[in-house]
Structure formats: structure tokens, C-alpha cells
Design a protein. Structure first.
Length: 304
């Protein structure tokens, strides 16, 4: 929803004016919880929109992913306007070099001596408890929402690019590969007419070790989807960052394009747009996860 990204991004731009830089060098971040379950990761398809961070359910405490300075904190009962906040209770921590971590939709922050309203910044240590897991904002289940924002580049960063990767216990899954014609109709034959098509991929990454297999929701976005025709790459969809331009979410698919051109219904992704010429066509789709596992599928088509 456009209003969602506008509110969140506006809040982070405000933080950018408040924040200084932390001189400490930034190492690999830690997971922001010891006992919460990761139910959706960065880039997952959330009803036609990308998830901008990591959504956790359950657990007891929210932990600082890295050393930094608290630059903003808001409890769920704080009211600055009549509009509901999608973040609910949230805290932002500056790690220097423009990188900010946001912890949101939790129950309440831990009692602390810092007072961001008076401009007093408080240093926090890696793995320090900063909040209690719970429900606030637009959350429906107890847990919290973790995000990383690069205020220099004005983009949301996939936390898995910075947090030490967790080994997967299942290879990426390719559930289906489909073609849509220019009328948006599903092509159900391997014999098709020459023309322009959209390659739609329904895929997911493996289950992180932090998630019990019995609790896995199957909604984990991969790190990358590659499409090739007769050995030549025609589409590369990367789940590394999401930018915001005038309230519009932009994702990386052969350059920046609006997210609405990628996020299809259900859990599918519109991974490439191609023009198919007459002849025998070999379509290959490769799905990769953050730790380097991959899965591929090959389809042979006849174009008349």
C-alpha cells in the first residue's frame, strides 16, 4: 500500500536529520532474537508487495543486532497524530556509514535512561535487549518486525546481506514457471505464438536452521532469480534492496523498476519480460538462496 511506504520512509528521512555517525567499524550483525521464529524474510511476496525486512513471531526479547546509538524510540501508546502507525512501537539505531536498524511492532521498549526527545543519544551493545516481543502497529501476531535502512542511498537493505547467513536445511524450491501473454493470460501450452511474454516464477528459498521445519510457512523469498533463453540471460531479479521514489517501491530487475511490475498474485514473481522469436526455445530458470544453494528447471518451447 502506497501510504505504508510513505509513512515509514518519511519517518526514516526524519531520523536521517537527527542521526550522526558512529565511528566504530561495523562487523557482521547478529540475529535480533534468540528465540523468535522467522516467518517472512526480505523480498517475500506480501499480497503483491515486497516485505521490507524480516518478520518474526513469538519469542521474548528483541536484541540489538550491532553496536550503535539509539536515535529514535516510540512506544505503542505514544501518539503524534490520529493516523495509525504501521510500525507501532519502534526503535531506530544508527550504526554509522548511513546504516540504521529499525525494530518495530513489538510490545514495549525496555526501561532505559535515554531520552531521544531531549536529544540524548544512548549507546547500545550488540545483543543487548532493547524491547519485549509482542503486538503493536499493523501486526496480527506477537513478535516484531526488523528492518535495515541505508539513509545515504535511500533504500531498504536485505538484512541477510549483513547478518551472518544461517545455513538452510532445504534447497530452494521452484514450484512453477509460467508464461503470461500481453493480455495477462496464462499460456498453458508449450506451443505458442511469436510475441512478448512475462516469465512468472513461483519459488521459495530453503528453510533457515532457525525455523523448525514444522513451523515453516514456505514464504521465504530467494536471493536471486535468473532467467535465460537458449543460454542467454534475459532476466535477473535480485532481492538485495528496495528503493523508494516518490512513495513508489522500486526493485532490481535488470535495473530499477516499480515493485508492482514484479510482485504477482500469491507467492509468484514476474521475473522477466521477453520477446520470443520463431523456433525452438530453451527456457531455464535458476533460483538461488543467500548461502549459495541453487535450483534450476528447464522448459522446451516451440514458437510459431
Amino acid at each position: 500500500m502506497k501510504i505504508d511506504i510513505i509513512r515509514i520512509t518519511t519517518a526514516i528521512f526524519f531520523i536521517g536529520f537527527l542521526a550522526g555517525s558512529v565511528s566504530d567499524s561495523l562487523d557482521a550483525m547478529s540475529w535480533p532474537s534468540d528465540d523468535s521464529v522467522l516467518v517472512r524474510n526480505f523480498g517475500a511476496n506480501n499480497n503483491g508487495r515486497p516485505v521490507l525486512g524480516m518478520i518474526f513471531e513469538g519469542g521474548t526479547a528483541v536484541l540489538a543486532a550491532e553496536n550503535g546509538e539509539i536515535i529514535f524510540s516510540r512506544n505503542k501508546n505514544d501518539s503524534v497524530s490520529r493516523l495509525p502507525s504501521p510500525l507501532g512501537a519502534w526503535t531506530a539505531i544508527d550504526h554509522g556509514d548511513g546504516l540504521i536498524s529499525i525494530y518495530s511492532r513489538y510490545e514495549e521498549s525496555e526501561p532505559a535512561s535515554y531520552n531521544t526527545r531531549s536529544g540524548q543519544l544512548t549507546h547500545v551493545e550488540k545483543n543487548q535487549i532493547i524491547a519485549n516481543c509482542g503486538t503493536s502497529g499493523w501486526s496480527t501476531k506477537a513478535g516484531f518486525y526488523f528492518l535495515l535502512f541505508d539513509r545515504r542511498e535511500r533504500r531498504w537493505i536485505n538484512p541477510a546481506m549483513i547478518i551472518t547467513p544461517i545455513q538452510e536445511i532445504r534447497l530452494p524450491q521452484i514450484i512453477s514457471v509460467s508464461l503470461l501473454n500481453t493480455q495477462g493470460q496464462l499460456v498453458q501450452s508449450n506451443n505458442l505464438s511469436q510475441g512478448r511474454y512475462t516469465i512468472v516464477v513461483n519459488a521459495s528459498a530453503g528453510i533457515p536452521l532457525s525455523v523448525p521445519a514444522a513451523q515453516a510457512s514456505g514464504q521465504y523469498a530467494p536471493q536471486r532469480i535468473l532467467c535465460s533463453i537458449n543460454g542467454a540471460e534475459v532476466g535477473s531479479l535480485n532481492f538485495e534492496s528496495v528503493s523508494a521514489r516518490d512513495g513508489i517501491q522500486m526493485v532490481s530487475r535488470n535495473g530499477l523498476i516499480p515493485a508492482r511490475q514484479v510482485y504477482a498474485n500469491l507467492q509468484s514473481y514476474e521475473a522477466a519480460e521477453v520477446f520470443l522469436s520463431r523456433g525452438q526455445i530453451t527456457l531455464e530458470v535458476i533460483v538461488q538462496d543467500i548461502v549459495g544453494n541453487s535450483r534450476n528447471t528447464v522448459s522446451r518451447l516451440t514458437v510459431n
